[in-house]
Ligand binder design. Sequence first.
Ligand code: ADP
Ligand code: MG
Length: 291
Amino acid sequence: MSLAHVYDPQPAHRLAHIIVVGNQKGGAGKSTVAMHILVALMRMGRRTGAIDLDVRQRSLTRYIENRGRWIVARGAKLPAPQIFELSESRQRSLDAAEAEEEAGFRAALKRLSETCDFIVVDSPGGDSHLARLAHACADTLVTPLNDSFVDFDLLGDVDPTNPDIVRPSIYSEMVWESRKRKAQAVRTPIDWIVLRNRTSASRIEAKNKQKVGEALKTLSNRIGFRLAPGLSERVIYRELFPQGLTLLDLDGGAGFGEGELRMSHLAARQELRDLFITLKLPGLEGEALKF
Ligand SMILES: Nc1ncnc2c1ncn2[C@@H]1O[C@H](COP(=O)(O)OP(=O)(O)O)[C@@H](O)[C@H]1O
Ligand SMILES: [Mg+2]
């Protein structure tokens, strides 16, 4: 099946803006970032849907299921996104399996497009067929990246003798392919934003942080992504998963002890605001942030 079938260019089916959170690396923070973007969009009053393509880990699905359970148990007044979870095809032949997965993904996009302003797609790690499909449908691609050269390596290859020379690497090439495929299908570009995640405030890490930052800047000019201010390493980004909450939910109605909003939470919220501003999502320009 060609991409032109998947990515339906008809305006009637293309009302939603598609945000794909992707990186071939597992553990980079994709599901965490996807959930925070979803909640931020809902707090902005936007109709928002989610597609979990990580059929093995199902982290985003589980996060949202936990949120649903919390809402019911506590009578919490919280918005919850619609979620489509794709399952792995059981077809024996690779072609048949890929066709089935593609059809499932297409159907999910179409269904959500009918009712949502934004669709957030959580992409699996690794280089799978579904991940490629998702990337080629992205209007906005958000790539979280751990602040380490080991993770940077999938994005760019740094010359060991001259740090000013950075070449695109395996994941950048995949995004490049996706950009080409999308341009052929609908002629709208993919806006690619790379975001450093779990950055450390420790002095010991400062040198590494600076070096990764410089390499990212060099690479961003070279291959065309925008750099967002990063998210720090903070317990708050991972401790609310069992309740299906994010720190954006803590200031009212979540039923979680609202006195919990500590200084570090306020700083974390500011990081998310900065990320959101950098994303420059359509229809939100100039609107006051509601989180
Ligand atoms: N900024 C952060 N601070 C602290 N922990 C984080 C942060 N971002 C992600 N994590 C944690 O790191 C782990 C991997 O994140 P996850 O979102 O599941 O990554 P991915 O979806 O890319 O595999 C999870 O345990 C998550 O709670
Ligand atoms: Mg994940």
